[in-house]
Design a binder for this molecule. Structure first.
Ligand code: TNX
Length: 439
């Protein structure tokens, strides 16, 4: 029997010796708990009984994911085994951009199920951008009424009502996944500028934007309406957030001076902290941050990471989403119909074969909060498109986030991954067939 892939079992012992084939080597190596007390052990007896001992928040869901994988991947012929397992990183995320093209609760539930199957524990929703506004702000209904309706290329928009977002958040929580919403500030705000005239320098609403360029919009603290808008919009997102974190963007701002930009970030950082959450910012915000509760998310694999390293050395935690490894909107290769290529092509092995601890020279390994895959949707219009970009790369990123480097092995992963196609098909999820062996 070819053994199924389970991210990082630290130890696997055959309980009754000979009747079962010997597992891959990497099942037997140590993963090591680097994220505190989340762990589980799982025993399957020779008689076929399962015994699970979960520990810490998410231990139960992780154990369940392993059992589901074991049962499905072995076609219910699970060998007697014993697993002791713990994640390498606390933040194991997937970001979905629902602003460029909108994806609603039906698709997002499937995304949550898939994330949970691979022991990811964060669903980061990019809820606002130039092209659309996707969450409700109670005293500013024009945001969703006007900019809920727009999307890239004139596609149908949509938004998550507060009730839908609450349902989705609860659905995710039941599966060990925390939803982290993002309002992207101060750039990527075309949808806000389209819905709220007072946010514009001329006081006139901007046209709807349905293209895919970046860097052409910004909010400005020197306009009298901006601070109240931030209070409302960030406040509404915080009110719809159950976890510790909200994401407040900070990327690709080209219309502010450096001083204006740094002051804007500091304003938002203080606001989020005052509202009782920890802010997460894209990497450009790193030099502005004042409070070590704020987290930096690295994304641009073409940029100098020096300011991220400096922020980490000042005590900030870092989430790693390097474009050339974890951006699942990058094309697999030149022949991929969908996606972009600014970070290069990202094939399954690129997503798998890297070590967060050595990715960025000088970054203190203990500052790494975790790893996040991202799916931007400029070119992604349908649910099948979305899953065809996630699969098969998402399990690769999930392994990087969960498993210690010494238990990872590309050849074994590639071989095991073939069996996962059946899991995706059973769930009705599209994937992109990729040559995995010999690459
Ligand atoms: C960069 S990643 C962006 C997004 C784009 C993405 C496309 C980041 C913080 N900004 O606005 O959608 O590239 O890959």
């Amino acid at each position: 029997m070819s053994l199924p892939l389970i991210p990082a079992p630290a130890r696997l012992d055959l309980l009754d010796g000979e009747p079962y084939e010997v597992p891959h080597d990497y099942w037997t190596a140590g993963a090591g708990p680097e994220t505190g007390d989340v762990r589980y052990s799982l025993e399957v007896s020779a008689e076929g009984g399962f015994e699970i001992a979960p520990q810490g928040p998410g231990g139960d869901e992780a154990a369940t994911a392993t059992v589901v994988q074991l049962v499905e991947l072995t076609q219910r012929r699970v060998p007697a085994l014993r697993i002791e397992d713990a994640p390498r990183y606390a933040w194991r995320g997937l970001m979905i951009d629902v602003a460029r093209h909108f994806f609603g609760p039906g698709t997002l539930r499937k995304v949550i199920d898939l994330a949970a199957l691979y022991k990811l524990n964060v669903l980061h929703l990019h809820l606002t951008d130039d092209q659309g506004w996707r969450y409700e702000v109670p005293n500013r209904p024009e945001l969703t009424e006007v900019s809920g309706a727009t999307a890239v290329g004139g596609s149908a928009g949509g938004f998550l009502s507060a009730a839908e977002l609450a349902d989705l958040t609860a659905y995710a929580a039941e599966r060990g996944v925390t939803v982290v919403g993002e309002i992207d500030l101060p750039g990527h705000t075309g949808a806000a500028l389209h819905a709220v005239p007072g946010l514009n320098v001329e006081g006139v609403a901007r046209e709807a934007y349905t293209g895919t360029d970046v860097g052409h919009s910004t909010l400005r603290l020197d306009l009298p309406e901006t601070a109240a808008f931030l209070e409302d919009a960030v406040g509404a997102l915080v009110a719809q957030t159950v976890g510790e974190f909200v994401h407040v963007g900070g990327d690709e701002v080209r219309l502010l001076t450096r001083e204006e930009y740094l002051a804007f970030v500091q304003h938002v950082e203080a606001l989020v902290l005052r509202l009782g959450k920890r802010p997460v910012f894209w990497q450009e915000a790193a030099p502005a941050l004042q409070d070590t509760r704020s987290v930096v998310q690295l994304w641009d694999s073409n940029a100098d990471p020096a300011e991220v390293v400096a922020a980490a050395r000042r005590g900030h935690q870092v989430i790693l989403s390097p474009g050339n490894r974890t951006y699942l909107d990058m094309k697999y290769d030149a022949g991929t119909r969908l996606g972009l290529d600014w970070a290069g092509y990202v094939d399954v092995r690129d997503s798998y074969d890297w070590d967060p601890a050595t990715l960025v020279e000088g970054l203190p390994p203990e500052s790494i909060l975790g790893v996040e895959a991202a799916l931007w949707t400029e070119t992604i219009e349908t649910e099948d498109d979305l899953f065809a970009m996630l699969l098969p790369r998402l399990p690769a990123v999930a392994e990087v986030a969960w498993s210690a480097p010494e238990v990872r092995d590309w050849e074994a992963f590639a071989e095991d991954l073939e069996a996962h196609v059946a899991l995706w098909q059973a769930r009705g999820l599209a994937h992109t067939p990729r040559p995995l062996t010999g690459t």
